[in-house]
Design a protein around this ligand. Sequence first.
Ligand code: H79
Length: 448
Amino acid sequence: MKIILSLFFTAFFLISLAQKEVPETSRSINNSQAVFETDQQLLKKFQDMKFGMFVHWGPVSLKGTEIGWSRGNQVSIEEYDNLYKQFNPTKFNADEWIKTLKDAGMKYIVFTTRHHDGFSMWPTEYSDYSIAATPYKKDILMELKKACDKYGIMFGTYYSICDWKNLDYPLGSPGGRTKKETGNMEKFIPFIKGQTKELIEKYNTKILWFDGEWEAPWTHEMGLDFYQYLKGLNQHILINNRVDKGRKGMEGITISKEFAGDYATPEQRVGTYNVDAPWESCITICKQWAWKPNDKMKSLEECLFTLLKTVGGGGNLLLNVGPMPDGRIEPRQVERLKEMGNWLKKYGEAIYRTVGGPYKPNEWLASTRKENNIYLFLMDFKKSEVRIPFPSDVKIENCKILGGEKLVFKQTGELLQFELPAKQNELVTTIEINIDGSAEDIETINLN
Ligand code: H79
């Protein structure tokens, strides 16, 4: 019996070796000479873009429930894991998506290549549970990548570290609350390294947006090692802070030297003002990440104010859409995005390539600055007179409605006052203040 068993295990071992060769994984942090740092030029380019599209998509859109989280919850595991057999988004058109994105004034995309449910949205050599096994078959990811190149859009990929389906990953559905006997991180890590290598080398992804790092099987050491491995493949990519364990909850705007990650990722909220370290808020246009029929959609006002408060606070906004099972982005969402784009066409000079502040955003005011200009965004502002603190040692040369009329202003001590023209029929009144000197040198100003 013992002999039979050992023969069986040897055979099993040989078979697993014969499977896809996995990339070298043993680069240890402790004795590694290589310490890879953020590509500052790329980071600057990223921060200048301000506005991107997050896309959460997969076979789960057929059910209209939440991606990953509904597995073993609203949808049984058995049903969830078989949805791919019906996933056939015949109306998917990468060109149309990227045109929609561009018309929205967005400059980059982050697309879910593999969420917590473990389904790969590209034909990967490391798993059979992928887009290649659907009736659709086609490489959605490559089509998106090509459309991004055509329209000058930065291409980025979301990738979940946790995988509640994969037997090598120790936790399972629902929501990582069950344990798998077969869990083995030493087998799992080569799998995620192999997959992300494909994203870097075959799809030339510029952003790796990790998630699912909060679960216990993933450690700080693994995060550091993974970050170094990826930067070793290509130093000119950005990796969010969820590659490591440094995120403190959903706020998490800090990045530190201790933890790996090029920028911070507050989720479903505008990050707290920080113009010294890079961050990006990811926020859904409706309520769910993945498509849900008749999901409550945010108003233009809400979308626009969210963008202004985010950019005014020093961050980027990654606004999420969940495409439908037929491959289209929902028309009402496309319409909302177009409205954002129309506003940005008019006022984009006060958004792109700016720095947040000097005012810490509040409910009615956000601000940005560039060279010798300060831009103020008055949101839902009902009064005709603006009175705000302003440094007395900074000389104002000019004050006007952006793209419009000049305003008469009064600067007394630490106070700036000006009257607004009678009729303000835009959601936002955008003011441009020219100063004598660099606006970026002004200290942060707190509003009451
Ligand atoms: O991919 C998106 C989410 O699935 C993932 N991160 C973003 C980018 C995410 N990770 N953690 N969370 C979301 C927070 C978890 C929130 C939950 Fe829920 C509350 C899980 C279950 C209840 C949100 C609401 C998800 C399902 C219902």
